[in-house]
Design a protein around this ligand. Structure first.
Ligand SMILES: [Zn+2]
Length: 338
């Protein structure tokens, strides 16, 4: 009787503690991102001195971007998200540069360009550039109704989310032997639709093209650049993109081998993929930096990209934390081993 009563008290106490910590956690999530994930980090450091890529934290960054709505240049959502990214990256990086300019889109629209660059270890000669686009597409041109803007949970927010989580880890566990630059590039996805006449070239990747011509530091160069694009989708597949394999095979080998070693071979298929037009193309062509693209593109799909690509369905329902975890862990591990 006594024992039963005692165990009931213990159970009641535990339920109360759980409720309390639940509410507290919820409050923290809104108030302070750092506090919210501090506890998880503490557990993780036991195994490794440089922490572990936290998919919950990355998802938080992803959800936050999506909460602004489509981040299309010339919209309030784009302005607000840009400000959020500057303030977030400033919490983690040693220095943050902003590039503001105006570029002309394929249809003559003038776009206010806002590239954001977070620099870690600014004085180190040996540098790696990590980049993802933070804008989302102005039209749903793969839908029957092409008039909407793309929410870009995967195509836009996912790459940035993974990079912000890596930035958070770099602040906490600084890397000594390399310098890292995180470029959140703008106006990647304002390119001409396939059927646009007259046909125009190089209408995508306006932010990375601008950066490659006007790097944030004069004569900037890096050993490699890594582009992350659509890295949060369910059942994502990352093939060895063709140009990446041509210009930076050693790095592609390193990343795909690391993925296999960590048990993420189901995402990173060590097979030849097709060529994709993305930021890595211009970073290589204009800035002459060997650049690779980690992108959810599968030669066996009709358009290569996930079926919701450039439609109204690129929303949170297609995001999988396991994919964010796989990509983040692989890239972060490779950086730590450089
Ligand atoms: Zn896109």
């Amino acid at each position: 009787m006594k024992l039963k009563l005692f165990s009931e008290w213990v159970a009641l106490f535990l339920v109360l503690v759980m409720c309390l910590s639940c509410t507290k956690n919820k409050k923290n999530q809104e108030e302070n991102h750092e506090d919210n994930f501090k506890k998880q980090d503490k557990n993780e450091v036991k195994d490794t001195y440089f922490g572990e890529f936290n998919a919950d934290s990355a998802y938080f960054f992803l959800e936050k971007q999506v909460s602004f709505g489509p981040r299309v240049p010339n919209t309030p959502a784009h302005n607000l998200c840009g400000a959020y990214l500057v303030s977030t990256l400033s919490r983690f990086a040693d220095k943050v540069y902003e590039q503001k300019s105006t570029v002309t889109a394929y249809n003559g629209s003038l776009l206010p360009l806002h590239n954001i660059i977070g620099v870690f270890n600014p004085t180190h000669k040996r540098r790696i550039l990590l980049t993802a686009h933070w804008d989302s597409r102005h039209i749903t041109d793969q839908d029957n109704d092409k008039s909407k803007a793309v929410l870009g949970a995967n195509d836009g927010a996912s790459g940035v989310a993974v990079l912000l989580e890596i930035a958070r880890l770099l602040k906490k566990y600084p890397i000594q032997n390399i310098g890292i630059d995180i470029l959140l590039n703008d106006a990647e996805d304002y390119g001409a639709p396939d059927d646009y006449k007259p046909e125009k070239e190089d209408t995508y990747c306006l932010g990375s093209q601008y950066w490659a011509k006007n790097p944030h530091i004069k004569d900037y160069t890096a050993e490699y650049a890594i582009v992350l694009d659509m890295v949060g989708g369910k059942n994502a597949t990352f093939y060895r993109e063709q140009l990446s394999d041509e210009v930076a095979r050693a790095l592609v080998d390193k990343i795909w081998n690391k993925a296999a070693q960590l048990g993420y071979g189901i995402y990173f298929l060590n097979e030849k993929g097709t060529a994709v037009i993305d930021d890595h193309l211009y970073i290589h062509k204009i800035a002459n930096i060997p650049a690779i693209d980690i992108i959810d593109h599968n030669p066996s799909r009709p358009r290569g990209f996930p079926e919701y690509w450039h439609t109204q369905r690129d929303d949170l329902s297609n995001i999988d934390k396991n994919t964010l975890k796989a990509v983040g862990t692989v890239v972060y591990s490779v950086l730590r081993e450089m």
